[in-house]
Design a protein around this ligand. Structure first.
Ligand code: TYM
Length: 331
């Protein structure tokens, strides 16, 4: 049976990009695959969170995963820092990861540009930690959004390198995965780029946003003065709104606005109103479940304990075998 693994950094609430980029595909797979879903709290240390924020964010993401439909009986849902084996594998992989290749990773270069005062070694070796996350359970498929494509490429490189170095096909080579083949990039509301937590206020719609907040954010989304000629390609900001509609609205609604755009009759105010309504219809049941689950500490701690137990069993086995392969052998 194939193994599937996915994860998220606990740095705030889940947004629609996380949901449609990673969570949705994963949900479909938990019925048919050996599935691991984890909260990447080691990773979030690169931004130096304070301890209570860190814990609060882990709890939030755990509640959000469960609310989205992740079944802790079917999938293994765990917190990364409950598995010290990951840190050990990360150490091993770092010995064969080269500074030059790590420095060329786009996300690293971006961080250097955006936060020149905190270019820590954890940021540089982020792809090795991510590779350790994936191969600790010898995963085959990794549902992620488009922004993680390069990290997945690095994980493949590190898995292959280990196999080559020790002359055996121990680690499967993991694949970034999406049912629709192409990896997904959900756009934000600010007219360019992707939806993201760190892309600025109002750019992301969170699963916990209420109707009023969603409406406010969507009504403020960037648009332009409208098409002046029929059947023109849509500029990025407008295309982004249509892309969002594609994930939350009925096909007839999308073709209605498409036609209005193509005949220059479109009123962006109407389109936004409809989009806000459809997003709200989508997130309302999620929001309600998130709030319920978050209030249930006993349930959350039971889920985390069960997940840690199951995940550790798998991680321990890998570490035992990897130690043997590397040559750490008992006397
Ligand atoms: P993170 O926490 O930034 O995002 C979690 C998941 O959501 C996806 N995502 C998006 N997908 C489509 N459109 C968007 N606008 C969008 N924004 C975010 C991400 O692609 C990701 O799948 N490094 C990872 C966490 C991680 C991980 C792993 C993932 C650590 N180890 C091992 C998979 C396997 C990250 O920071 O994702």
């Amino acid at each position: 049976m194939e193994t599937v693994l996915s994860g998220i950094r606990p740095t705030g609430n889940l947004h629609l990009g996380n949901y449609f980029g990673a969570v949705k595909n994963f949900l479909k797979m938990q019925e048919t695959h050996r599935c691991f879903f984890f909260i990447a709290d080691y990773h979030s240390l690169t931004t130096h969170p304070n301890p209570s924020d860190l814990h609060g964010n882990v709890k939030q993401v755990l509640a959000e995963y469960l609310a989205a439909g992740l079944d802790p009986e079917k999938a293994t849902l765990y917190v990364q820092s409950d598995l010290p084996e990951i840190a050990e594998l990360y150490l091993f992989l770092n010995m064969n990861a080269y500074v030059g290749e790590l420095e060329r990773v786009t996300t690293f270069k971006e961080k250097v540009r955006k936060q020149p005062d905190n270019v820590n070694a954890g940021l540089l070796t982020y792809p090795t930690l991510m590779a350790a996350d994936i191969i600790i359970h010898r995963a085959d498929k990794v549902p992620v959004g488009k922004d993680q494509e390069q990290h997945l490429e690095m994980a493949r490189t590190f898995a292959r390198r280990f196999n080559r170095m020790y002359k055996q096909e121990y680690f499967p080579i993991p694949n970034a995965f999406n049912f629709g083949e192409e990896l997904v990039k959900i756009p934000g509301l600010d007219g360019s780029g992707k939806m993201g937590k760190s892309e600025g206020e109002g750019n992301a719609v969170f699963l916990v946003d209420d109707a009023k907040t969603i409406r406010k954010k969507v009504m403020r989304a960037v648009t332009d003065s409208g098409p002046t000629e029929p059947n023109q390609p849509k500029p990025e900001a407008i295309q982004n709104l249509f892309t969002l509609m594609q994930v939350v609205s009925e096909p007839e609604i999308i073709s209605h606005f498409d036609e209005q755009y193509n005949t220059c009759a479109i009123r962006y105010g109407d389109l936004k109103k409809q989009l806000a309504e459809d997003i709200n219809t989508f997130v309302t049941p999620l929001r309600e479940r998130i709030l319920d689950i978050k209030a249930n500490d006993a349930y959350l701690s039971k889920v985390a304990r069960l997940g840690a137990e199951k995940a550790r069993e798998s991680a321990r086995q890998t570490i035992r075998e990897v130690r043997e392969i590397i040559g750490f052998r008992p006397f």
